[in-house]
Design a protein around this ligand. Structure first.
Ligand code: FAD
Length: 372
């Protein structure tokens, strides 16, 4: 039996892949499955637009993550019988004034230098694609290859698959892993809020709470929560305002097929605080309204916050502990956990098949922080 700690998109995808190769898994979650960061996500698969200076070692991983999605979505829809709404309309990053235009030009050069091909559009060209975009918008960068998925549909599909496999997948909700127990550098059990469970293989998929588990490992696992606030507006189905994902100043508008329009997200260092604040919502709406003024008329139908699991280098931690046999990490996906779920779950599956973690994760091992 393999123990998976945490049932977000990472833990659930891994459970699916391990069941497929005949393994038995037990998923423990301190709350309900799939109700934390993965529930909060916007579902952008925007590895290209997300590429930032200083994070160059992440680019190949983000690119691979993006390439893996069509197959993952296809297989998940087929096996679950549920739609995940994988959409390929693309993403446009906008500039609303001259300063933003200059900044966007340097972002465009940065993408070019790193062989991330995008298309430069002027304001008129943007309004041909998106007629409701403000006349103040001067320019934009269009990425045809930055896609999106409905992340809540993905969670629902994953839950459908694993719950169907009752003989291979066991689930205990409201069960928090408090401590890892080892003997002679081998994992032997976990202590939860309810009982001790004997187990020799543990995969840590506990997202922003990873560090709260006692005796997690001698490796430093520098994960912290980074809060994001979101709101959801409802577009008129006879007159949907936008088709593409639109970005500006790190705020995005994500249109879904049911005419929901997600507006996200703040990036806040607030520890485990999950309050929705007036300032946060005001910030989202101000930036969004400058992109698409007509959002003013739309009803707000929902709002929420989530905690991104973020490491000091913004990259995930994937692979076995070098100090504690039987302990494996798949955590710290920061703002790209939906995008990276397919290749993370494949990597862990392959680890169980071959005993090795794939080359693409060589820079993302748990012991890399020891030297920082
Ligand atoms: P989570 O979904 O947080 O799951 C962790 C699970 O572990 C939880 O269910 C929790 O209850 C459980 N747990 C924790 N500790 C314990 C314990 N000790 N014992 C038992 N269970 C435990 N990514 C994208 O790719 N695209 C996006 O558009 C995007 N938008 C985002 C928007 C927001 C506002 C936020 C907050 C994140 C966004 N992300 C996005 C990032 C993405 O959501 C995360 O990287 C991803 O969900 C991480 O998945 P996870 O399974 O590791 O964590």
């Amino acid at each position: 039996m393999i123990l998976i700690v945490g049932g977000g998109v990472i833990g659930l995808s891994i459970a699916w892949k391990l069941i497929e190769i005949g393994k038995k898994v037990l998923i423990l979650d301190k709350n309900k499955l799939g109700k934390e960061a993965s529930w909060a996500a916007a579902g952008m698969l925007a590895g290209r637009m997300e590429s930032e200076p200083g994070e160059e070692k992440l680019f190949p991983l983000l690119a691979k993550g993006q390439l893996a999605w069509p197959k993952f979505a296809y297989e998940l829809e087929n096996i679950s019988g549920k739609k995940v709404e994988y959409k390929k309309d693309g993403t446009i990053m906008l500039a609303c004034d001259f300063d933003e235009n200059n900044k966007l030009k340097s972002t465009f050069s940065f993408f070019k230098k790193n062989k991330i091909n995008m298309e430069w559009l002027n304001g008129e060209e943007i309004r041909v694609k998106e007629p409701y975009v403000s006349t103040k918008v001067l320019s934009g960068i269009f990425s045809k290859k930055d896609h999106q998925v409905n992340s809540r549909f993905v969670l629902d599909a994953l839950l459908t698959v694993i719950k169907r496999n009752k003989d291979k997948c066991f689930i205990e909700e409201n069960t928090e892993v408090k401590e890892i127990i080892s003997n002679k550098n081998q994992v032997i059990a976990v202590k939860t809020n309810k009982k001790v469970i004997k187990v020799k293989k543990i995969i840590i998929c506990a997202g922003a709470w990873t560090n709260k588990i006692k005796n997690i490992s001698k490796e430093k696992i520098p994960i912290r929560p980074v809060k994001g606030q979101m709101i959801c507006l409802k577009m008129n189905k006879n007159q949907p305002l936008i088709k593409h994902v639109l970005w500006r100043n790190n705020i995005y508008l994500v249109p879904r097929n049911n005419f929901d329009l997600i507006v996200g997200s703040t990036v806040e260092e607030m520890g485990y605080d999950k309050d929705l604040t007036a300032g946060g919502i005001f910030h989202l709406l101000r930036i969004a309204r400058e992109m698409v003024p007509a959002i003013e008329e739309l009803p707000i139908i929902d709002s929420w916050t989530g905690l991104r699991p973020t490491t000091i280098d913004d990259a995930p931690i994937i692979g076995p502990s070098k100090y504690l046999k039987g302990l494996i990490f798949a955590t710290g996906h920061h703002r790209n956990g939906i995008l990276l779920a397919p290749i993370t779950s494949d990597a862990i599956k392959n680890y169980f098949l071959s005993g090795k973690i794939g080359k693409e994760f060589v820079n993302f091992q748990p012991d890399r922080f020891l030297f920082n």
